[in-house]
Design a protein around this ligand. Structure first.
Ligand SMILES: Nc1nc2c(ncn2[C@@H]2O[C@H](COP(=O)(O)OP(=O)(O)O)[C@@H](O)[C@H]2O)c(=O)[nH]1
Ligand SMILES: [Mg+2]
Length: 325
C-alpha cells in the first residue's frame, strides 16, 4: 500500500476513490487533485462538488506584493510558527518568478527541506496561465482541496502588484500586502489599488536603513485613505525580517486579530459572499468567452463575413451570438 503511493506509476483511481483518499488525509491524493485542477480536467466540477462541504473552517491568508520583497521567506517562517502549534499548513504559490521548490529560493535549505518531508505541510506552486475560472479560480480551488485534506491554515502567495494578483489574494480572509524599504513600491501599490485591499501591511527587510522611512510613508498614505473613508479599518503595519524571522510572530498575531475582527463584526459573512460572487462571475465569464471564441473561429465565420460585406452590422452580429450562447 505505502509503496503504491510512492513515485512511479500512477494508480488508476475513480474520482470517488480519489476524493475519499483526499478526505482521509492522503497527501498523494491531494497532489493529484491539484494537478487535475491545474490541468483543467473535466472531472474537476464533480470533485469540487464532493469536497466543498468539507471546507470553510481553515484560516486563509493571501500574501501579495512585488517580486523580491520577501513573501516566500516570510511564509516559510510562518509555516514554522504554525507547525509549532501543531497546525497543518497548505501553501498555494502563484509566483512563477521564484517557485517554492526544495528550498532553492530560501537561505535556510534545511528548514524548508523539513517542511517538504512534513506530512502536515504541503507547498504547491501553480502556473500563471489562466485555467479554470482564471488563475484566481484555480488557486482558490487548490486552496479548497487543501482544506478538504485537513489543512488548518492555507497561505496564498501571489507576485506583483496588479489586478490578477489582487483577485487571488482577495479570495483569502486576510490579505497581507508585503513591501520593502525604498523602491517606491508603496506608491505603486497605491496606484494599483492594492493598498485598499490590504488588511495588514508588512514592511519586510526591517534591517534596511530606509525601513522606518518607508513605514512612515505608508502610514501617511493610509491616513489619507482613512480620512476619505473613516469607516474603513486602518490596516496595521508590521515590520518583519524574512531572513531571521523577526516580527513574524507579531504578523501572525495581527492575522489572528484581523480574523477575530471579521468574525465579531459580521464582516466575515460579507467577505465570503463577495468572494463567492467574484468566483461565480469569473467562472461564468471565462466559460462564455471560451464558447464565443470557439463559435467565432468555426461556425460563425459566415456571420463575420456578413458583417464584412456590410450585410449586417457588428452589434447585431454580437447580439445574435450572445443570445445563442
Ligand atoms: N536583508 C534582508 N533580506 C531578506 C529579508 N527577507 C528576505 N530577504 C531576501 O530577499 C530575497 C527575496 O526573498 P523571497 O522570499 O524570494 O521574496 P519574494 O519574491 O517576495 O517571495 C531573498 O534573497 C531573501 O533571502 C530581510 O528581512 N532582510
Ligand atoms: Mg516568492
Amino acid at each position: 500500500m505505502k509503496n503504491s503511493e510512492g513515485a512511479g506509476r500512477e494508480e488508476q483511481l475513480s474520482d470517488n476513490e480519489l476524493v475519499e483518499r483526499l478526505l482521509s488525509g492522503n497527501k498523494r491524493a491531494l497532489a493529484r487533485v491539484i494537478s487535475r485542477i491545474e490541468g483543467e480536467g473535466a472531472e474537476v466540477p464533480d470533485i469540487i462538488s464532493q469536497i466543498y462541504s468539507h471546507t470553510g473552517e481553515g484560516v486563509t491568508v493571501g500574501f501579495t506584493g512585488p517580486p523580491g520583497v520577501g513573501k516566500s521567506s516570510i511564509i516559510a517562517m510562518l509555516i514554522k510558527l504554525y507547525r509549532g502549534e501543531d497546525k497543518k499548513v497548505g501553501i498555494v504559490s502563484v509566483d512563477p518568478s521564484s517557485p517554492f521548490t526544495k528550498g532553492a529560493i530560501l537561505g535556510d535549505r534545511i528548514r524548508l527541506a523539513d517542511h517538504f518531508l512534513d506530512k502536515d505541510v504541503f507547498i504547491r506552486s501553480m502556473g500563471s496561465r489562466g485555467h479554470l475560472g482564471g488563475l484566481a479560480g484555480a488557486s482558490q480551488l487548490a486552496g479548497l482541496a487543501m482544506q478538504a485534506y485537513g489543512m488548518d491554515v492555507v497561505l496564498y502567495e501571489t507576485v506583483g502588484v496588479g489586478q490578477g494578483e489582487v483577485e487571488v489574494a482577495s479570495a483569502a480572509d486576510t490579505v497581507v500586502l508585503c513591501l520593502q524599504p525604498g523602491a517606491g513600491d508603496s506608491v505603486q501599490a497605491l496606484k494599483a489599488g492594492v493598498m485598499e485591499i490590504a488588511d495588514i501591511i508588512c514592511i519586510n527587510k526591517a534591517d534596511h536603513p530606509q525601513a522606518k522611512g518607508t513605514a512612515s510613508e505608508v502610514r501617511s498614505i493610509l491616513e489619507i485613505g482613512h480620512e476619505l473613508d473613516p469607516d474603513a479599518p486602518m490596516p496595521p503595519i508590521v515590520m518583519t525580517r524574512g531572513d531571521n524571522g523577526e516580527g513574524v510572530e507579531e504578523l501572525k498575531q495581527k492575522i489572528a486579530e484581523h480574523r477575530e475582527f471579521l468574525q465579531e463584526s459580521g464582516r466575515m459573512k460579507e467577505r465570503h459572499l463577495a468572494s463567492i460572487k467574484e468566483f461565480i462571475l469569473s467562472w461564468t465569464t471565462n466559460k462564455m468567452e471560451k464558447e464565443i471564441q470557439e463559435r467565432l473561429s468555426r461556425e460563425d465565420a459566415e456571420l463575420m463575413e456578413k458583417v464584412r460585406k456590410r450585410e449586417l452590422d457588428p452589434i447585431s452580429a454580437a447580439e445574435t451570438l450572445y443570445k445563442e450562447v
